[in-house]
Design a protein around this ligand. Structure first.
Ligand code: NI
Length: 175
């Protein structure tokens, strides 16, 4: 297994639409292993392919609490088939937008169909943190970020801050 580099805002790849995974094979399972390792190492509770530069419809999540056993879930070519009318609000963050958090309202419960890394089809009802996390990761597959749900003023401020940081970083590497 190997750690992968996580793409950071404002990298334009984060706005790309991911395309379906066509083959579930050993190569894909290697990617999934690396994504889990990268996610746990970060540490984070969700990671989408695009965040490690792979624009395929795939993400990993693990919403188990620290005192619980690990609950790694990989969702491939997922489709949200039902969303509750009831919303819930969580303070979200994102590995691609480090150290920034904001309250986001999303459907409190969803039903999602997906394939796992062994090619098995699933339908899962998600609530609580898992529902939020899965919707956040699902958004990544469509180039959407949680900052799209906050005011334009706040979003522009965050994007500007990260653009400045990335400029500083690239300037340093030239020296
Ligand atoms: Ni994210």
């Amino acid at each position: 297994m190997a750690l992968m580099d996580i793409v950071i805002l404002p990298d334009p790849i984060l706005r790309e639409q991911s395309s379906p995974v066509e083959r579930v094979d050993d190569e894909l399972r290697r990617l999934v292993d690396n994504m889990f390792e990268t996610m746990y190492h970060a540490p984070g509770i969700g990671l989408a392919g695009v965040q490690v530069g792979v624009t395929r419809r795939i993400f990993t999540v693990d919403c188990a609490r620290e005192d619980e056993e690990k609950d790694p879930i990989c969702m491939i070519n997922p489709q949200i088939v039902w969303r509750s009318e009831e919303l819930s609000s969580y303070e979200e963050g994102c590995l691609s937008i480090p150290d920034y958090y904001a309250e986001v309202d999303r459907p409190a419960e969803i039903k999602i169909q997906y394939m796992d890394q062994f090619g098995k089809e699933h339908e899962r009802h998600c609530d609580g943190l898992l529902a939020t996390c899965v919707q956040h990761e699902f958004d990544h597959l469509n180039g959407a970020l949680f900052i799209d749900y906050i005011s334009k003023l706040r979003r522009d401020r965050v994007i500007k801050k990260f653009a400045k940081l990335s400029k500083q970083k690239s300037a340093r590497s030239v020296l």
